[in-house]
Write a protein that binds this ligand. Structure first.
Ligand code: AMP
Length: 431
């Protein structure tokens, strides 16, 4: 008898004996780390609001041309790193590799005018060789200050990012700052730099040679060519009148505001749209290959490039993934304030009503679904990382509950109405 052949469709049935993994270069954010993650996002929202930035959300994908024009055809991001595809209608779309071009597009499309201060946070996508601090999906937190040509706007943006990073625990962060001049300054300077690089093309990397005439500025911060370009002419030495004054004002402001900074004459940044100020936040203790946790700059020509009017702008983008690795994991706060343990099952609906009251008072509170032994509920309280277990038993009839601090084991019977105060002020908080 011939052996029975198993039809192919049996072995390819979806979901049978298959395991899935997140795509290469992407990460899941799970508890307990996700609590720190949420904390950082919340404090970003709060700080941006305190500085007067309103929340902006834009689509995660945009027309490919927006980035080709906005970020620049000759940039590494556009040349090599974009997740681009055609949709079923034949449109060329790209998962956003950054957010500034989208915010500008939204401002122009929305018919907005004058000064505008927008803040955002969300995922961006770049096809990178994955390693620590270089992910294919990563989160950026950013602000854009549109319509303000003055160096005071640059200073505000830099200060906001600096404050945020200090608050995140990156106490040693230093702002590396440079000016790459305005477009007219750059015509002469580019010619000078291209000529200088041309003379040394035999010493340069392949990528650098390719960029001599398309994007010579980028050669200045090419790691592979560091030694060759160490003596190259730098943009700062060729700034004229107003551009030079803008930079001087910026440096004086950084000093006055006590912002730790360093002049970085070869810093140019990877995106084409910048003019004048460019900066990066570097925490020296963060030893990853790409140790900037954020950066930004001024982009006065971007609006015109995208079909808008003359509109100066300055902004920054911070990378949440890098901030988290640079700051290390500080022990996250407890996941829950209170876990209710129902000693007498007939009091379950009372317990649910009590949970609703506590939640309304701002307490993070939970209990198991369904009937379980008291021991199992205590186990759940510990597993769920609650600070306090509150037992609802016979004493409830006298308006009392037994509260147990799950760290110290301290236990006392207190009025039910004082649980919220204990959560906020500790065992004496209710007194
Ligand atoms: P950029 O404008 O490219 O300098 O990006 C601003 C910030 O976003 C960087 O300083 C990083 O913190 C973060 N970032 C950029 N690309 C990545 C990536 N591939 N993975 C993780 N973070 C990134």
């Amino acid at each position: 008898m011939r052996p029975t052949k198993i039809p192919v469709f049996f072995s390819t049935l979806p979901g049978v004996c298959m395991s899935f993994r997140a795509p290469k270069g992407t990460d899941d954010v799970l508890p307990p780390e996700s609590r720190r993650w949420r904390e950082l996002l919340r404090s970003w929202d709060l700080l941006a609001e305190q500085y007067g930035y309103a929340y902006v959300a834009t689509p995660i994908f945009e027309a490919t041309d927006l980035f080709a024009r906005g970020v620049g055809e000759a940039t590494e991001v556009v040349e090599k790193q974009m997740y681009s595809f055609r949709d079923k209608g034949g449109r060329h779309l790209t998962l956003r590799p950054e957010v500034t071009a989208s915010v500008l597009r939204a401002y122009i499309q929305g018919g907005l005018s004058g000064e505008f201060k927008g803040a955002y946070s969300g995922p961006c996508f770049r096809y990178e060789r994955p390693q620590e601090g270089r992910r294919r999906q990563f989160w950026q937190l950013g602000v854009e200050y549109l319509g303000a040509p003055d160096a005071e706007a640059d200073l505000e943006v830099i200060e906001l990012g600096y404050r945020y990073l200090l608050d995140c625990g990156l106490g040693d962060v230093v702002v590396h700052v440079n000016s790459i001049g305005d477009a007219p300054d750059r015509v002469a300077y580019h010619a000078l730099l291209s000529g200088w690089l041309d003379e040394r093309s035999h010493l340069l990397s392949k990528d650098a040679v390719r960029r001599i005439h398309t994007n010579p500025l980028r050669v200045l911060d090419s790691k592979a060519d560091r030694e060759v370009v160490a003596d190259a002419p730098v943009p700062l030495d060729y700034l004229e009148g107003e551009t030079a004054a803008h930079h001087d004002q910026l440096i004086a402001g950084l000093q006055e505001r006590g912002i730790a900074h360093r002049h970085a004459p070869r810093l140019v940044r990877g995106l084409d749209y910048y003019n004048r100020t460019v900066f990066e936040y570097i925490p020296p203790s963060y030893a990853a290959a790409h140790n900037a946790v954020g950066g930004g700059g001024r982009y006065d020509g971007l609006s015109r490039l995208l079909g808008g009017g003359d509109l100066p702008g300055v902004g920054l983008a911070l990378g949440l993934d890098r901030i988290l690795s640079a700051a290390g994991q500080s022990p996250p706060a407890r996941a829950l304030d209170v876990f209710l343990v129902v000693a007498d099952q007939e009091r379950r609906s009372l317990a649910h009503a009590f949970a609703r009251r506590l939640r309304a008072a701002g307490v993070r509170c939970d209990l198991v679904a369904g009937r379980r032994s008291v021991k199992a509920q205590f186990r759940a309280a510990n597993r769920r990382d609650a600070a306090l277990a509150v037992v609802i038993g016979a004493e409830w009839d006298r308006g009392m509950v037994t509260a147990k601090d799950l760290s110290s084991g301290d236990e006392r019977t207190i009025p039910a109405g004082e649980v919220a105060a204990w959560v906020i002020g500790g065992p004496e908080g209710g007194r």
